[in-house]
Design a protein around this ligand. Structure first.
Ligand code: OGA
Ligand code: NI
Length: 366
């Protein structure tokens, strides 16, 4: 996948940390190490709004959505999906068809994975790219997130790193295989519906994502004695078509930016959080919004999440869909091949700049 290199996550200087979980397990912290402290970012989230008056995140019912499609005319849920993706770029998905028992098993096995001794997990440590286990350290002076992650490309199969997915504990691996397959089907259904909502040939979008690149990030956010000083995941948009986030132990933390204000998501047990990523914003020529989001951490509860990222397939090229643009509605983004896109995305990640911004066409030059 991305060829961009990142600073090693192994202890090279006294400041480097491989894992937040194991750093704090060694000895109780008397204060938060400076490289996690982001006071400025955390100071103003709700300063201009009463928390009680925040809008709540829309919920979409997948069963309702599919029955809408079977009975055209009665498409209330479908219309809701479209307006939510234009205005919010994110929704909670219920009745999604992935069984509670599978979700329960996955939650338990993910917890067990993060509870493995450090020596076990270090086998999966990041090796010069973004894949693997650990607290991501991009550079010595960059602020770090209060959380550890295990990030892996899961599709196409030949891109799976031999020391990652195939080496996972076998029960976790087989649960993940089933989960990935289920989410893959779900993502294709959602992408098909979103394409239909654009009134383009559904095939145009579906073919792009069929056997597309897929990756997974399991996240572990330990409790933090001063959660107001740190960030579990700093603000970003996803580089995906869509992302399906499973807030496995239903601990709150995720927030999205709406009209300049950070709005917290009230995690519903066994629901998914689906968000639009940069690629769907590009394909839809700005109709669907890639939403900025972040995750905070708690003072007394660990938070576990599993994000699945869905991208187009390698070898494809993407840009605003031709049927959506015309002289009065010019393309807002440049066309780009999937390989270049992935490389660009990760190199922008290292510098903290927005890749989507970089792909925007300046209309003045048009
Ligand atoms: C991500 C993300 C949120 C979370 O990995 O892109 O937004 O709760 N994760 O882990
Ligand atoms: Ni994200």
């Amino acid at each position: 996948m991305a060829t961009s290199k990142i600073a090693s996550t192994v202890d090279q200087s006294s400041h480097s940390v491989m894992s937040v979980q194991h750093l704090i397990a060694k000895e109780p912290l008397s204060s938060i190490p400076q490289h996690f402290v982001r006071q400025q970012e955390r100071q103003s989230p709700f300063s201009n709004i009463e928390t009680g008056s925040l809008p709540s995140i829309p919920t979409i019912d997948m069963e309702q959505l599919l029955s809408d499609v079977a009975a055209p005319g009665a498409d209330i849920e479908f219309q809701k999906l479209l307006s939510v993706c234009k205005e919010w770029g994110l929704f909670q998905l219920v009745n999604h068809g992935v069984s509670d028992s599978l979700l329960e098993k996955l939650k338990e096995e993910t917890e067990e994975f993060f509870q493995l001794p450090f020596e076990e997990k270090v086998k999966y440590k990041m090796e010069g790219d973004f894949e693997g286990y650990g607290n991501m350290v991009l550079s010595d002076n960059q602020k770090r997130d209060w959380g550890d992650r295990m990030y892996m490309v899961t599709n196409p199969l030949h891109k799976r790193k031999p020391y990652l997915f195939p080496e996972l504990p076998s029960s976790l691996r087989s649960t993940l295989e089933i989960y990935i397959e289920e989410l893959q089907k779900l993502s294709m259904k959602l992408l098909g519906l979103l394409a239909r909502g654009l009134k383009v040939e559904t095939r145009e979008v579906v073919e792009l994502f069929e056997d597309g690149m897929q990756s997974m990030r399991m996240g572990y956010y330990p409790p933090c004695p001063q959660p107001e000083l740190v960030m579990g995941v700093s603000a970003h948009t996803d580089g995906t078509g869509i992302t399906i986030l499973n807030q496995a132990n239903a601990v709150n933390g995720l927030q999205l930016k709406k009209d300049g204000v950070w709005v917290p998501v009230n995690a519903l047990p066994n629901a998914f959080l689906v968000n639009i990523g940069d690629i769907l914003e590009i394909l839809s020529n700005g109709i669907y919004k890639s939403v900025e989001h972040r995750a905070t951490v708690s003072s007394d509860e660990e938070r576990i999440s599993i994000a699945m990222f869905f991208y187009p397939k390698f070898g494809s090229e993407m840009g605003p869909l031709a049927s959506l643009t015309n002289p009065n509605n010019p393309p807002l983004f440049k066309r780009i091949g999937m390989e270049d896109y992935v490389q660009g995305f990760f190199s922008h990640l290292s510098t903290g700049r927005s890749h989507l911004q970089h792909l925007k066409i300046s209309l003045k030059n048009n």
